[in-house]
Structure formats: structure tokens, C-alpha cells
Design a protein around this ligand. Structure first.
Ligand SMILES: CC(C)(COP(=O)(O)OP(=O)(O)OC[C@H]1O[C@@H](n2cnc3c(N)ncnc32)[C@H](O)[C@@H]1OP(=O)(O)O)[C@@H](O)C(=O)NCCC(=O)NCCS
Length: 202
């Protein structure tokens, strides 16, 4: 027997015991992204660049790269949403970027959605994607395409399916990251058509 096993275990009476910290409900507000959100957005994205194959980027994005993307999307007026916690932390983001620079594609765009690792699996992805779909309809888009890695992105595929995206194609072995080949799954959603598209010809 070890000496410490001789000692009797002491337990404080209930009123003196440390109370567990109250659980904070998972709360957030979804709003348009602003320039001040870029550092948090960058951190979320770079986490997946470094630790996963859900993005095919291999090098972390710089603040300047994000700023340029933010300003480009803002100029086009495309939806770029964030979810913010009551303490002001950005929990995740979802954005729409042009599918192609060719003008006939102007009703079609690509979406992107990333949550901070502590915010996954709590329903936020669904809420953000739903808000992004609504904002895209208001904008006047008619098709959204999601390009999803065929490895490690089961959650994303399931999420998009749940919100009405259908698989329309796959490409195998088009990416190479962390020493292995990766493919992509294309998923498409037809949006409700507005009478008056809000966007201008690019
Ligand atoms: C993909 C992602 C946005 C999903 O958001 P989330 O908040 O975790 O998902 P939700 O909790 O809103 O789940 C919505 C639905 O998606 C499905 N789903 C989510 N994660 C899943 C998983 N890992 N496996 C299977 N289904 C999953 C479920 O059907 C769920 O519906 P349910 O709640 O009725 O069961 C989030 O997990 C994430 O940011 N992952 C890492 C980055 C990433 O992969 N981004 C997409 C790049 S293409």
C-alpha cells in the first residue's frame, strides 16, 4: 500500500464545495461580415488549412489576402455572413463568391462555410447555411454550387444535403495534400427565383 492510501478521503460539506461554472447556452447572432471580423475569419480558415483536407489550400492565408477577398465580395454585393457570440467572438462564417468571371454565369455562385472547431456540431452550420441561402435568393442568384472535398468532409456533405443541395458530379484525384490524393464532390442547389434580380451585370 502507498502511504497516501492510509489517509482518509475528506469531502467538504455540500455548501462548501466549489460549484460548477454555470453552463453558457450556445448563443449567436448572424450578421453581415465586417472588416473588423477579418482576423477571426482568417484564424478559423487557417485552422482547416493546417489541420484538414476540407480545403485544398496548403498555405495559411494572410490578412491581406482576406482583406482583398472581403473587398472584392463587398464590391460585388455578394452575401458574406458571420455568426458572432454574445461576447463578440466570431464562431463561423459563410460566403458566396462568383462561380466564374464569365458574365453568363452571373446567376450562379459558389458557397463556402467554416465554423471554428469549438462551434461545430451544435446546429450553427445549418443556421448559417440557411441564412446564406436566403441572402443569395434576395441577391438574385438562382444556383449555388458547393465544391466539397471527398475526404474528411462528411459533415459538410450531410449539411448541404439537408439544405437541398444535390450531388451533381465528382472529380477524382484532383488535389494532393498531406501526401495523399483528394477528389471533389460538386453539389448544387436551385434557389427560388426572384422576379427582379438585384444584381448588376458584371
Ligand atoms: C461542415 C460544417 C459547416 C457543419 O456545421 P455544423 O454546425 O457542424 O452542422 P450542424 O450541427 O448544423 O448539422 C446540420 C446537419 O448536418 C449533418 N451533419 C453535420 N455534421 C455531420 C457529421 N460530422 N456527420 C454526419 N452528418 C453531419 C446532420 O445531418 C445535421 O443535421 P441534424 O442536426 O438534423 O442531425 C462544420 O462542421 C464545419 O465548419 N466543419 C469544418 C469545416 C468544413 O468542413 N467546411 C465545409 C468545407 S466544404
Amino acid at each position: 500500500m502507498l502511504p497516501e492510501e492510509y489517509q482518509k478521503r475528506r469531502r467538504l460539506p455540500k455548501h462548501l464545495r466549489r460549484q460548477p461554472a454555470p453552463e453558457h447556452p450556445f448563443a449567436y447572432e448572424i450578421r453581415r461580415a465586417e472588416k473588423r471580423d477579418i482576423p477571426d475569419i482568417r484564424e478559423i480558415y487557417n485552422y482547416y488549412v493546417t489541420n484538414s483536407v476540407v480545403t485544398f489550400d496548403e498555405k495559411k492565408w494572410t490578412y491581406r489576402q482576406w482583406l482583398e477577398k472581403f473587398e472584392h465580395l463587398a464590391k460585388l454585393g455578394l452575401p458574406f455572413l458571420v455568426a458572432e457570440s454574445p461576447t463578440g467572438q466570431i464562431l463561423g462564417y459563410a460566403l458566396i463568391s462568383p462561380w466564374s468571371g464569365k458574365s453568363s454565369y452571373r446567376y450562379t455562385a459558389e458557397n463556402s462555410i467554416y465554423l471554428g472547431p469549438g462551434a461545430v456540431g451544435k446546429g450553427l452550420g445549418g443556421a448559417l447555411l440557411e441564412a446564406l441561402i436566403r441572402a443569395s435568393e434576395e441577391f438574385g442568384l438562382t444556383q449555388i454550387v458547393a465544391v466539397i472535398s471527398d475526404k474528411g468532409a462528411d459533415g459538410s456533405i450531410a449539411l448541404h444535403e439537408k439544405y437541398g443541395f444535390e450531388e451533381v458530379g465528382r472529380m477524382g484525384r484532383v488535389g494532393f495534400k498531406f501526401g495523399r490524393w483528394l477528389g471533389v464532390v460538386y453539389m448544387q442547389k436551385q434557389l427560388k427565383r426572384r422576379r427582379k434580380p438585384l444584381f448588376r451585370r458584371r
